[in-house]
Design a protein around this ligand. Structure first.
Ligand SMILES: *Cc1c(COP(=O)(O)O)cnc(C)c1O
Length: 394
């Protein structure tokens, strides 16, 4: 099995570009541009230099001694939480802002759930001096107030999405509508491995720095370039795609994709797409999504704004469908408990999204010599209100 995207943007039967006629030129231009750019040594040098001096890469690979002792495995944490702006999202926005500049775009739009992608986009817009508009669900604006303030401080305009569940899916719809109305001057920075081709592949490549670093860091620390398992939470799937990327075709490595079960997979309040999803088209790609029998998108639910999305990227749909990756679903309560346990065991407050990945350790099987890397996708500062509510009800 060799896993890669084909020239039309498909992973098996998942992917492609199902977009309105109006956006064909944009998508075509983007496809040609990013391929050309990533092949250029000068682009790679500038990208790497920004990742190093601006983002603070390489992010450490930390041996979590007390977690390892508790679970009985060798657990390493890939510290994306230590990146500038506090999550993995900035790896992608740095790459895409360079693409936007090459395309001569002057206006940047983005959608955001937890606000991390919005902050990462507003940050790179400030870095290069471009106008920035971020669409965000009204519900998310409320539950992620610190990130809204950050975006405004950075000079971005935050526009509320008021339809549907008023979360990430609705913000994404608004952003697509904006792009259709402003195709000439606007680049849409998508924050995950979702959307029409070439976004899933482009975002996965920008995030692949995560597993590129893991290879030499594991070589140094455990004497081999590969772990026995990589665990990552999946909203759209970008931190997972980055953490899996260089191991996709290495069958020695188990790939564990952790989804949000919300109140429980069968509760009707869930975002566990790999279990509840069926094939369909969402936001320009054929993938797995939560929908009714007649194709209406089902409102997802998770306590974590970054995982509250009814689809998954086409790469992950393919990995799960072909059984290359294993999917695990984790409830709100299990994620909260794992966040608290991780914090008090290692002194690291993870993002609520990431807490789902930690909780998956309770559902996995492994031996004491197994090396497990958890992608610590982001820090929990933005989630302190949710954590405080949790502590108060303990
Ligand atoms: C956005 C976000 C996620 C979910 O997005 P992916 O594209 O699935 O990675 C996970 N963790 C954190 C910290 C995030 O900010």
């Amino acid at each position: 099995m060799h896993i890669d995207v084909d020239e039309h943007g498909y992973y098996g039967r998942f992917g492609g570009a199902y977009i309105p006629e109006m956006l064909h030129p944009n998508i075509e231009q983007l496809r040609n541009c990013y391929r050309e750019m990533i092949a250029e040594p000068a682009f790679k040098a500038e990208f790497d230099s920004l990742l190093k001096d601006y983002v603070g890469r390489p992010s450490p690979l930390y041996y979590a001694k007390r977690l390892s002792a508790h679970y009985g495995a060798r657990i390493y944490l890939k510290r994306e939480d230590l990146n500038h702006t506090g999550a993995h999202k900035i790896n992608n926005t740095i790459g895409q802002i360079m693409v936007a500049q090459r395309l001569g775009k002057t206006r940047i739009i983005a959608e955001t759930g937890a606000g991390q992608h919005g902050v990462a986009t507003a940050t790179v817009c400030a870095l290069v001096g471009l106008q920035c508009i971020v669409y965000m669900g009204e519900v998310d604006i409320e539950r992620q107030a610190p990130n809204v303030a950050r975006m405004r401080m950075l000079g971005a305009e935050v526009r509320p999405a008021k339809s549907g569940s008023r979360t990430l899916k609705d913000a994404t719809n608004e952003a697509i509508r904006d792009w259709i109305n402003n195709p000439e001057d606007t680049h849409y920075i998508i924050g995950s491995v979702v959307g029409p081709h070439p976004y899933p592949d482009m975002v996965a490549r920008f995030q692949s720095v995560i597993s590129e670093e893991m290879k030499w860091q594991l070589q140094e620390k455990v004497g081999r370039e590969y772990p026995d398992a990589v665990v990552a939470c999946v909203g759209g799937g970008s931190n997972a795609a980055g953490a899996f990327y260089h191991y996709l075709n290495d069958e020695r490595v188990r790939l564990i994709a952790v989804e949000a079960a919300g109140l429980g997979v069968d509760s009707g309040e869930s975002a566990a797409t790999s279990v509840l999803g069926t094939e369909g088209i969402i936001h320009g790609a054929r993938t797995l999504l939560m929908q009714t029998a007649d194709g209406q998108v089902v409102e997802p639910y998770s306590i974590s704004a970054g995982l509250d999305y009814p689809g998954i990227g086409p790469l992950h749909a393919y990995l799960i469908d072909s059984r290359r990756a294993e999917a695990i679903s984790v409830t709100d309560d299990d994620a909260l408990a794992a966040a608290l346990f991780t914090t008090r065991t290692e002194g690291i407050i993870p993002a609520l999204e990431t807490a789902h990945a930690f909780a998956a350790l309770n559902q996995m099987q492994y031996g004491p010599e197994d090396v497990i890397v958890i992608c610590l996708s982001g820090r929990g500062d933005k989630d302190l209100a949710a954590y405080e509510t949790y502590l108060n009800r303990l």
